[in-house]
Structure formats: C-alpha cells, structure tokens
Design a protein. Structure first.
Length: 148
C-alpha cells in the first residue's frame, strides 16, 4: 500500500489540478482546495466566464463549499491552497471566514492582497507563499501569453 505524503506540495498539486480544469474551460487558470484535518473538503477553480460572475473566483467557490461541508461559516481549522495569491475581494472573504492558514503558489504583483495596507486578512491567519511557485506561475503566464 502506498503511503500518501500530505505535504503542502501535495495539496498545492491538487490545487494545480483544479487550475488545469479552469484552463480547459478557457478560464483564468487558478485552482483552490480547502483542507481540514489532512482531508480535502472542497475543490474549486475559476468560473467567472462560465457563470458570467466576477465573484466566481476559485477561492470564493472553495470557501462556500467548505463552509457548507462543515456546516458553519468559520474555517479557522482549515488551510486554503491556491495557485495564485488571492485578490483583495477573496482576502476579505477569507478574513471573514477566519481561515487558519493560506498557502499560495505564485504571487500576484498587480492584484494580490499583500500589496494593500492595512492588512486585509484576519490577524490569526498564517500565510505561506511560493509552494510550487514555478508550476503555478508557468500556467498563468502561458495562459495570458496565448491570449495576447
């Protein structure tokens, strides 16, 4: 029997799989998973074009599905893995959910939450960046390169 290593890299790879699902739908390739007790409780990818909804970011959809799974609005025992640094809209929702931890792959130098002051996230939220950064960056950079 194969033992699964439930590392940040493992869960980020799951988020990358979601981003690839978005890419196949011609959506901006961002994917997210929410993990609680080493179990993925929600998966999502961008659906802004498909749903014609500017709020249908991977993070927003993952937050909603995770809260529904848990039966409550607070995700303080959970980790969000997302391929791209969340925007301020998503960071605000993550703050309200009191997410315990955020792990993201690629930084977003134009719209990422870390560019804003005062800090948008809940003060108890831990943030880790750069997990599988090259893979996450490659996917999104190529998407926009092919669009132009």
């Amino acid at each position: 029997m194969t033992k699964i290593n439930f590392s940040d890299e493992y869960f980020m790879q799951q988020a990358l799989n979601e981003a690839k699902n978005a890419l196949h739908k011609d959506e901006i390739p961002v994917g997210a998973v929410v993990v609680c007790n080493k179990q993925i409780i929600s998966r999502a990818h961008n659906l802004t074009e498909t749903l014609n909804d500017v709020t249908a970011h991977a993070e927003m959809l993952a937050i909603t599905a995770a809260a529904e799974f848990l039966g409550g609005k607070y995700l303080n025992e959970c980790t969000l893995y997302v391929t791209l640094e969340p925007c301020t809209m998503c960071a605000g929702a993550l703050s309200w959910s009191q997410i315990g931890r955020i792990v993201f792959g690629a930084s977003d130098t134009k719209r990422g939450f870390s560019r804003h002051t005062p800090p948008v996230l809940h003060p108890k939220t831990n943030v880790i960046s750069g997990i599988l950064e090259k893979d996450c960056s490659f996917l999104i950079t190529n998407f926009f390169k092919n669009k132009r």
